[in-house]
Write a protein that binds this ligand. Structure first.
Ligand SMILES: Cc1ncc(COP(=O)(O)O)c(C=O)c1O
Length: 457
């Protein structure tokens, strides 16, 4: 069977049996041919038909150092030669132990305890439950502090706790009857300022409004949960560092835990190891997933301050245990990949090597701002979002039925760039191993694809 026949066969089987996440399946079934990835090298994906595509969103924001990175491949193979999985319930394993020590060492100060799970959503679920139970069991019990405050347009994953904290109507509204109610603060979406300010700062993006809101409701709040510095799934909405600092101040003053969801921003994505570092803020609980394994395997970690852990100590019959866990919690293969990824950070001085590439990305993106349908190119580090609009001056969105973001994605695919938009925000989040030439080429492809999709070519 030649490569084209194989692609046709796989596509037919996919259409018959698969249900893809976040995918309108009728539209997917019409995609001809779909991209089916056979293998990958560095920043490039290779389809079963043999074509190469630059992995412009790092396989949905997870890949860091590139695909088939020798050291990570080897670490997983070596681990496989010992054991693929053994449970964390009632026993240990070297890889998760070593990784916990490494994570505690590189995390913002004070986060000494590591609780493993297997996806960003579960890392968040763990954080919410931990914060809730902490308030009940802490030395001076505060069981009335049982609510959460999250930002508008937040995205924390797709399990029900994470969806409750989420604030993107398109994804979350249908599940409303299943969710617990969460207090909300405005997101600093300056392009469409929720307070109508014509230029920043306003009380929203300065963090003053969120601070006042947290302080006013502190008596009932267990925790505030935020995606620090960048609200990714909302379309790369960037915060000013003082926004995060004000939230930290309010949490301190109000005796409220701060949960930082760095599932998307962690492990160098914003140019620092963790996004909280841009604001000099340390959360009480930190959620990590996606890039933790360098994009190899599903693994997540929720890091907590020692005083939170202490509230769960006590004789077993006192029922202070944290009753949460998953079959594959702390999977050794994932932990081995994560340790190897952290070694690569040290060996390659990845964060230093990334800085000129970040500068190049933003120089190239600067040139897109003149396009008639680009309202804004925004982001931080290697997280970029290009918001498309029908009318630039009035910031009028395209009719959603036009699927403009998706059209741009398909036009880019034809040119050898694999990207996935968020609505009409074109997202670029390449692996850190891309070269400056590849960055320039990628942004050039995006320009052509926007022009083609919007019919201005
Ligand atoms: C900030 C944030 N939290 C949580 C998640 C959910 O992660 P996962 O898809 O691994 O469950 C995501 C995914 O995009 C995310 O961006």
């Amino acid at each position: 069977m030649d490569e084209r026949d194989r692609l046709r066969r796989l596509a037919a089987l996919d259409r018959r049996h698969l249900w893809h996440p976040f995918t309108p399946m009728d539209e997917w079934e019409r995609e001809d041919p779909p991209l089916i990835v056979e293998r990958a090298e560095g920043a490039w994906l290779i389809g079963v038909e043999g074509r190469r595509y630059l992995d412009g969103v790092s396989s949905l924001w997870v890949n860091l150092h590139g695909h088939r990175r020798e050291e990570i491949d080897r670490a997983v193979r070596d681990q496989l030669g010992r054991v693929a999985h053994s449970t964390q319930l009632g026993m240990g394993h070297p890889a998760p132990i070593e990784l916990a020590e490494r994570l505690a060492r590189i995390a913002p100060p004070g986060l000494t305890r590591v609780f493993y799970s297997d996806s960003g959503a579960t890392a968040v679920e763990v954080a919410l439950k931990m914060a809730f139970q902490y308030q009940i069991q802490r030395a001076t019990a505060r069981p009335e502090k049982r609510r959460f405050l999250a930002l508008n347009l937040a995205y924390h994953g797709d399990t029900l706790g994470a969806v409750s904290a989420g604030g993107i109507d398109l994804f979350h509204q249908v599940f409303e009857p299943l969710l617990f109610s969460v207090l909300r603060a405005e997101a600093p979406y300056c392009l469409r300022c929720p307070r109508g300010a014509s230029k920043p700062p306003c009380p929203v993006c300065s963090g003053e409004e969120a601070k006042a809101h947290i302080l006013a409701r502190a008596g009932e709040l267990a925790a505030v949960i935020v995606e620090p510095m960048v609200q990714g799934a909302a379309g790369m909405i960037v915060q000013r560092p003082e926004f995060l600092r004000k939230i930290r101040e309010a949490c301190d003053a109000g005796d409220v835990l701060l949960i930082a969801d760095e599932v998307a921003t962690g492990f160098g994505r914003t140019g620092r190891m963790f996004a909280c570092e841009h604001a000099g803020v340390a959360p009480d609980i930190l959620c990590l997933a996606k890039g933790i394994t360098g994009g190899y395997l599903p693994l997540a970690a929720t890091l907590a301050a020692e005083r939170i852990f202490d509230a769960f100590r006590g004789a077993p019959e006192r029922d202070r245990t944290f009753f949460h866990g998953h079959s594959y919690t702390g999977n050794p293969l994932g932990c081995a990949a994560a340790l190897a990824s952290l070694d690569v950070f040290e060996k390659d001085r990845t964060l230093d090597a990334l800085q000129p590439k970040i500068a190049r990305l933003w120089r190239e993106l600067g040139a897109l701002r003149d396009l008639p349908h680009v309202a804004e190119a925004r982001g931080l580090g290697f997280m970029a979002g290009i918001e498309l609009v029908k009318e630039k001056a009035a910031k009028t969105p395209f009719d959603p039925a036009l699927r403009m973001g998706r059209r741009v994605g398909l036009a880019a695919r034809k040119r050898g760039l694999a990207i996935r938009p968020l609505g009409d925000v074109v997202v670029l989040m390449p692996p850190y191993c891309v070269t400056e030439d590849e960055i320039a080429w990628m942004v050039g492809v995006v320009r052509e694809s926007i022009e083609e999709a919007a019919g201005t070519a």
